[in-house]
Write a protein that binds this ligand. Structure first.
Ligand SMILES: [Zn+2]
Length: 239
């Protein structure tokens, strides 16, 4: 049984180790990887639907171009038909030429209209693709929100635990001998949180070195709450 002064420091050390573990658990929580994976899934689906939308816009532009062309040709046909039937042209040769022109324009228009139909069919397929990509995106976003919420809840639990341990640590450290506490805190970072070792049969259980008989003798004579350290590693020694 250690002296009460050292018992307090050992308790503080145990709480500090607990805090270190809790903080580590908070930053390495396995749900973090799931959150990252879910966000990536959302991003991937967004990219796919963006690419489909780009293709759709391109088709829309092509369709608009074709329908503008059809309009121009229709206007031109109206003009040619007018000339054919308004009596302004009477020469047979000229009339035949106008008929040829009208037939050529009509051919061209039908060709363009066929292209329009093809594009409209492609648009239907793309709209179906887009609808399924959007549904996929909704699913991915919902999954991402869920795992996000799960992580938040898990983190909140750990944070609450950390807060409780921090309060307990403050209560435990308050009555500690200030010199001992200060030495422990100064050494703590150096020894991965385990700065207090026990002296067992003249051996430090921190560094496992056998202390000299003189050192052991001096340690035995030191007051209960004196700052005593291992001559080999420098850890605080509990006698
Ligand atoms: Zn030691």
């Amino acid at each position: 049984m250690a002296s009460p002064a050292y018992e307090q420091i050992l308790e503080v050390q145990a709480l500090d180790l607990n805090l270190t573990q809790l903080r580590h658990r908070l930053v390495t929580h396995p749900l973090r990887q799931q959150v990252a994976a879910a966000q990536k899934a959302v991003h991937d689906v967004q990219e796919v639907s963006g690419e489909i939308e780009d293709r759709r816009h391109q088709l829309d532009r092509n369709l608009k171009k074709l329908s503008d062309e059809v309009e121009t040709i229709e206007a031109k046909r109206t003009q040619v038909d007018g000339k054919l039937y308004d009596g302004s042209v009477t020469g047979t040769k000229e009339l035949l030429a106008l008929q040829d022109e009208a037939a050529g324009l009509l051919d061209r228009q039908r060709g363009l209209e066929d292209q329009e139909l093809e594009i409209m069919e492609q648009l239907e397929l793309i709209d179906a693709e887009l609808a399924s990509a959007r549904a996929e995106l909704e699913t991915a976003e919902a999954a991402s929100r869920n795992v996000d919420d799960e992580l938040r809840a898990a983190a909140a639990e750990i944070e609450a635990e950390i807060e409780a341990v921090e309060q307990e640590r403050a209560r435990t450290a308050a009555p500690a001998v200030p010199e001992l506490l200060a030495r422990y805190e100064a050494l703590s970072g150096q020894f991965d949180g385990v700065a207090v070792a026990r002296l067992v049969d003249g051996r430090c259980d921190g560094c496992h070195m056998q202390l000299s008989a003189v050192a052991v003798d001096q340690l035995g004579k030191a007051p209960e709450d004196a700052v005593v350290t291992c001559e080999e590693c420098g850890r605080l020694l509990v006698r």
